[in-house]
Write a protein that binds this ligand. Structure first.
Ligand SMILES: Cc1cc2nc3c(=O)[nH]c(=O)nc-3n(C[C@H](O)[C@H](O)[C@H](O)COP(=O)(O)OP(=O)(O)OC[C@H]3O[C@@H](n4cnc5c(N)ncnc54)[C@H](O)[C@@H]3O)c2cc1C
Length: 432
């Protein structure tokens, strides 16, 4: 296994990499192939391989990856967090995403929540070794997909209209109603949702809050798990909220001007994570193609002897390596600002770049890898067709590459000369 060669990894880094790689290869990979071939309803049954992966992941403690050490999380460097995420992405994009969204409600509660919620939810989630606490992240709505990204820096933010999910204060509780779209990863199997809701009657999506909703609360309904082209190993489905009541302390980020900044900064963290998962997927596709091209004989010689295949392999390697170094750098900076110093002033354009670039190269590398396989690449005999389908889903998940690019462009145009994060543009929207 040759990667991160240019770094002098410590013994600790190497051991961690080996441990996560073993989990990715022996637990995630086989389960992901099995899940990929199952009908959606089968994937969410209690004996599904999905739950076995989550249980093992919890035993290993990867769910606590983004909890800073001073809040009880593991004492890892940004490079070590990167190593874990690249390996998870190598194992399976869908399962890596499920692990990623599991973190969101609880890690946000650890960072921003009250002592009460930390005791009630964060502590048992951190200590969970059986997979009894499982998170998901409810952002996308039937009428608001890309809108949730674009609204943050668009001057004309009111044009995005009203949210589908709204929250209203009633005494010391909040009442939530509305619907999240069918694309919420892990929603059919989660126990808790980190939910974005608009304040009832507010005009802009930035007038919102972030809360944790236990999915066994009265009034919560789930849609049927959907059947997708890619990321089929991560069950997805709608969430419906019919006057669901949650206590005030389950609101992690209250409807204040900070809410928009919170969304922006969480997106910096998720952009970096998606970047690392994408590099993992790209590396997986590259390694499959390299191994295949060494074995497959055509024209009397192994494929690797053909010049066009050599060039393709080099270009794939170049893409994986450059993406890895950029994503790692973005993670170092973003984690310093969010998880270490907790100033929440990470740079959106740089974090988005990590995601956009790595997603793009993941698709290109998977596409080239499939081409190297010829017709075998299209068959279920090899994993490459699954990696290709997953790389396709990646171009849409967590923001389409186009919309992420447009949103990063807004940040460049507004803030290029500034060497600090300018939250005013978001704060102002709240006051309008
Ligand atoms: C595999 C997968 C996992 C996902 N997981 C989650 C999850 O865990 N939680 C969650 O909440 N959501 C999740 N999503 C939803 C995802 O975030 C959205 O699909 C994504 O943001 C795009 O929204 P949309 O699908 O509604 O497309 P739309 O927003 O309708 O976009 C349709 C097309 O129009 C373009 N477009 C849209 N708006 C603009 C604009 N303003 N300017 C220019 N072009 C525009 C887009 O680029 C796209 O090509 C997931 C999606 C996928 C595919």
């Amino acid at each position: 296994m040759k990667f991160l060669d240019l770094d002098e990894l410590s013994e600790e880094d190497k051991l961690l990499r080996e441990e996560v790689h073993r989990f990715a290869k022996e637990v995630m990979r086989p389960a992901s192939i099995e899940l990929d071939r199952m009908p959606p309803e089968e994937r969410i049954k209690s004996d599904s391989p999905f739950f076995k992966v989550i249980k093992k992941m919890k035993e290993l403690g990867y769910h606590k990856l983004h909890v800073p050490p001073d809040l009880g999380g593991p004492d890892l460097t940004p490079l070590q967090r990167y190593i874990v995420m690249e390996e998870l992405g190598w194992g399976s994009l869908g399962l890596a995403t499920a692990i990623g969204v599991d973190m969101i409600p609880f890690t946000c509660a650890a960072l921003f929540g009250s002592d009460e919620i930390k005791e009630e939810l964060v502590k048992p989630w951190m200590e969970d070794t059986k997979g009894e606490y499982r998170g998901c992240w409810g952002v996308t709505e039937p009428e608001h997909g890309s809108d949730y990204l674009m609204v943050l820096r668009d001057e004309d933010h009111l044009k995005y209209g009203k949210g589908n999910v709204v929250a209203e204060k009633d005494g010391d509780e909040w009442v939530i109603s509305g619907q999240k779209s069918a694309w919420v990863s892990a929603a059919p199997v989660a126990t808790h949702c980190g939910l974005h809701a608009q304040v009832k009657g507010a005009k802009s999506l930035v007038n919102g809050l972030f809360c944790v909703v236990p999915l066994n609360a009265e009034g919560v309904r789930r849609g049927k798990p959907v059947d997708m082209l890619g990321m089929r190993d991560c069950p997805q489905g709608e969430l419906f909220f019919d006057d669901v009541r949650i206590p005030d302390h389950y609101v992690i980020v209250a409807p204040t001007p900070f809410y928009g900044v919170f969304c922006d900064q969480v997106l910096c963290l998720t952009s970096c994570a998606m970047g690392a998962f994408s590099v993992g997927l790209a590396r997986a596709a590259f390694e499959e193609a390299l191994n295949y091209a060494r074995e497959r004989v055509q024209g009397g010689v192994p494929l690797v002897k053909h010049k066009n295949i050599k060039l393709k392999l080099y270009e794939m390697f170049e893409k994986v390596e450059t993406a890895r170094y950029y994503v790692r750098k973005a993670i170092e900076y973003t984690h310093k600002k969010t998880l270490e110093q907790k100033t929440f002033d990470a740079s959106p354009r740089h974090a988005r770049l990590a995601q956009i670039y790595a997603k793009r190269i993941a698709f290109e590398v998977a596409n080239d890898a499939l081409q190297i396989f010829g017709a075998y690449g299209l068959s279920k005999e090899f994993i490459i067709e699954k990696l290709f389908r997953d790389a396709r889903a990646l171009q849409i998940e967590d923001g389409t590459v186009e919309v992420l690019s447009l949103e990063a462009a807004e940040d460049i145009i507004l803030n290029y000369e500034k060497d600090y994060y300018d939250a005013d543009v978001i704060y102002k929207k709240y006051e309008e």
